[in-house]
Write a protein that binds this ligand. Structure first.
Ligand SMILES: NC(=O)C1=CN([C@@H]2O[C@H](COP(=O)(O)OP(=O)(O)OC[C@H]3O[C@@H](n4cnc5c(N)ncnc54)[C@H](OP(=O)(O)O)[C@@H]3O)[C@@H](O)[C@H]2O)C=CC1
Ligand SMILES: N[C@@H](CC=O)C(=O)O
Ligand code: NA
Length: 365
């Protein structure tokens, strides 16, 4: 049996709980030995020797993290998981730097990690390397983070397979943000009528953005993904060494809250309309693109014009597109599809859990 403990039942964590609860109730998945035994948010926590029932997961707010549950304490949470008889995986569904910094401690206790949180893999290179060292042996604890790039799309597994089989990465280029994909697919297209701020509001309401959409528009979310791709490809990239184009209007960079940012963004609709008009006048559209260049081991994140017949110009919805140009794939290997949203991100985490379960949970039911 693989014990699963979820930190952060928010948008993504909540969708994962729904998928796991549906799994527990479905005879189709009866052979998969996964049990949810822990849940913690910023206020309350619960760790149980016996798996939570699907009905409790369906109503976790009152049945698992209700007022009688103990106050949240991540150190105790991890200690209790580490003492369980079967292997346990901590699923970090926060976007917290502080939580990410705890991964080495958890790995040292033998806990596996699966996460959509990009911080551990894109902050200090030393943290990333420590995590790699602690999760590098075949029998030891493992770390899976497919959902950190392209949500559930098989991006990191593809890159990792290319690298591990000895291919040489020439370039990884793509649209790595569901938010920025949605924004520019809808705003920068011939005949489009929506204002920029309206597109941002829809992206936020659809669950594509980070909790503060400025973390998407300032390029940091894409830069983190470019750094993660660069690191998985074997380069010591960091967001501090990338050229990043920040498209948050200067006057809104320092405003105190995401709500204030959203309410003032319409003041800048004319600015974005002008940029867009200039691109359309040259037969091009605007797209926000990240790139890892294998030859220079450098990366960039920028708003660029693409002609209408370019694959990036015809992207739909919040789709991501990632093109791997390698020695074996001079015509790039392309991964494309929904790259943001709660359900597809939870799918990416769930598929990581199945991999951990197949490696460490089977036979221990
Ligand atoms: N949305 C998407 O399409 C994608 C998101 N991701 C990533 O998924 C992660 C989750 O995003 P999302 O679900 O939107 O975030 P939310 O803000 O909706 O949820 C965050 C959750 O984390 C909890 N939390 C925060 N800090 C702590 C802490 N110190 N201890 C315990 N719990 C804590 C919050 O608890 P409380 O409610 O009590 O505050 C909340 O339940 C992020 O890292 C994001 O980058 C990755 C790919 C795609
Ligand atoms: N805010 C991000 C969510 C996934 O990483 C995005 O828009 O892609
Ligand atoms: Na992915």
């Amino acid at each position: 049996m693989l014990n699963v403990a979820i930190i952060g039942p928010g948008l993504v964590g909540g969708a994962l709980i729904e998928q796991l609860a549906a799994h527990l109730q479905s005879p189709r998945f009866a052979g998969l030995p996964i049990a949810v035994v822990g849940l913690i948010n910023s206020k309350k926590m619960a760790v149980s020797e016996a798996p939570f029932a699907a009905s409790d997961l369906g109503d976790w707010k009152s049945r698992i993290l209700g007022s009688a549950a103990p106050d949240a304490d991540l150190a105790q949470f991890a200690d209790r998981l580490a003492k369980l008889a079967s292997p346990s995986v901590v699923v970090d569904c926060t976007s917290s730097d502080a939580v990410a910094e705890l991964y080495p401690q958890w790995l040292a206790k033998g806990l596996h990690i699966a996460t959509p949180n990009k911080k551990a893999f894109s902050n200090d290179l030393s943290l990333f390397r420590r995590i790699q060292e602690l999760s590098g042996s075949p029998q030891g604890p493992s770390v899976y983070h497919e959902a950190t790039v392209g949500a559930g799309l098989p991006v990191l597994s593809t890159l990792s397979d290319l690298v591990r089989t000895g291919d040489r990465i020439v370039k990884i280029e793509g649209i790595f943000s569901g938010t920025l994909s949605y924004l520019f697919n809808n705003f920068s297209a011939p005949g489009a009528t929506q204002k920029f701020s309206e597109c941002v509001a829809v992206a936020k309401a659809s669950g594509y953005t980070e909790p503060d959409p400025r973390d998407d528009l300032n390029g940091m979310d894409v830069a983190r993904k470019v750094a993660i791709l660069g690191r998985v490809a074997g380069y010591g990239l960091g967001t501090d060494t990338l050229a990043i184009e920040n498209i948050v209007p200067e006057a809104l960079r320092g405003v105190a809250s995401a709500d204030e940012f959203m309410s003032r963004l319409p003041e800048f609709d004319d600015h974005f309309a002008q940029l867009n008009g200039e691109a359309l006048a040259t037969g091009s559209v605007l797209r926000y693109v990240g790139c890892v260049d294998g030859a220079s081991a450098q990366g960039s994140v920028k708003l660029t014009r693409y002609p209408l017949d370019h694959p990036f110009a015809s992207l739909k919805g919040s789709d991501n597109i990632i093109a791997f140009t390698t020695e074996r794939f001079p015509n790039p290997l392309i991964v494309q599809g929904a790259g943001a949203g709660a359900a597809v991100t939870a799918f990416g985490i769930f598929s990581d859990l199945i991999k951990i379960c197949e490696r460490f949970g089977a036979g221990t039911k």
